[in-house]
Design a protein around this ligand. Structure first.
Ligand code: FPP
Length: 257
């Protein structure tokens, strides 16, 4: 039971709400945290205030997923395309990641959360990269929820990188091109070792995948909500999970008689 990213007031772990079947929860939930800018605009605040409030929504979501026994939460924090935003917004986001990680690392460790940052981390500021390396190492053997933060992540870039890594192994004679299968390719993705998401949640009503987990979302159920990310709360997560539990997952097959 994790209280990761805990606020200063420790809260008791929350039971699975009545109406939700604990035996049929998704193992892995992915989330596109959209609508921070609109949330701020509605309040006449600078866009970055939406991102700051978005961190609170992420903390709530991680805590609930952990408490309810969901195995992994993967959040889209910064895409390869987000560098094209105004410089001040990019700098604010980088500083925010750094501040939040430094502040919350101890809680993550104590609460057994395993954190990983997925994406091309090379272009990130040096201080942030150091914190990421430290957090990844210090939580690597933790046995609680897997918390994946996609940072400078792009699904296409991830697939290109995987293809290059496989090609290199072929060139040195380590791998036969004919032996490349789905498992081999999946093993070269940033998400290697993680099961594919069962449920993708996208907030703010947009109906796009936006270059997120292009390979891994092949059979995910998709839940779109109009709720803006900073407002995402227990009711909104419950709604998404109830929607998920109402779906027939057939993975390309047919419904059993
Ligand atoms: C999309 O909303 C949101 C982002 C690009 C940033 C998301 C980042 C966080 C919530 C912070 C996460 C923090 C840590 C430490 C992992 P938008 O700005 O595109 O909103 P809009 O579509 O309304 O403009």
């Amino acid at each position: 039971m994790s209280r990761a990213l805990a606020t200063t007031t420790a809260k008791a772990s929350q039971p699975v709400p009545v109406g939700l079947d604990p035996a049929r929860l998704p193992v892995h939930v992915a989330v596109i945290m959209d609508g921070n800018g609109r949330w701020a605009k509605q309040r006449n605040l600078p866009r970055v205030m939406g991102h700051r409030e978005g961190v609170e929504a992420l903390k709530r979501t991680l805590r609930l997923c952990s408490d309810w026994g969901i195995g992994a939460l993967t959040a889209y924090a910064f895409s390869t395309e987000n560098w094209s935003r105004p410089g001040e917004e990019v700098s604010f986001l980088m500083a925010l990641f750094e501040r939040v990680l430094a502040r919350e690392l101890q809680s993550l460790e104590q609460e057994q959360v395993r954190i990983r940052f997925l994406g091309d981390l090379e272009p990130l500021p040096e201080g942030l990269r150091r914190l990421i390396a430290d957090a990844t190492e210090r939580t690597a053997v933790n046995t609680g929820i897997h918390f994946n933060v996609c940072t400078n992540y792009g699904g296409r870039a991830e697939l290109v990188r995987a293809a290059q890594r496989l090609a290199r192994r072929c060139v040195v004679g380590e791998l036969d091109p004919a032996a490349i299968d789905e498992q081999q390719l999946a093993a070269e993705l940033h998400t290697a070792g993680e099961c594919d998401p069962d449920l993708l949640i996208r907030t703010s009503g947009e109906r796009r995948i936006s270059n997120f987990l292009l390979w891994q979302l092949a059979y995910a159920e998709i839940h779109i909500t109009d709720v803006l990310w900073p407002d995402f709360n227990q009711a909104a997560l419950l709604d998404a999970l109830l929607d998920y539990q109402g779906r027939q997952r057939r993975f390309g097959g047919v419904e059993p008689c």
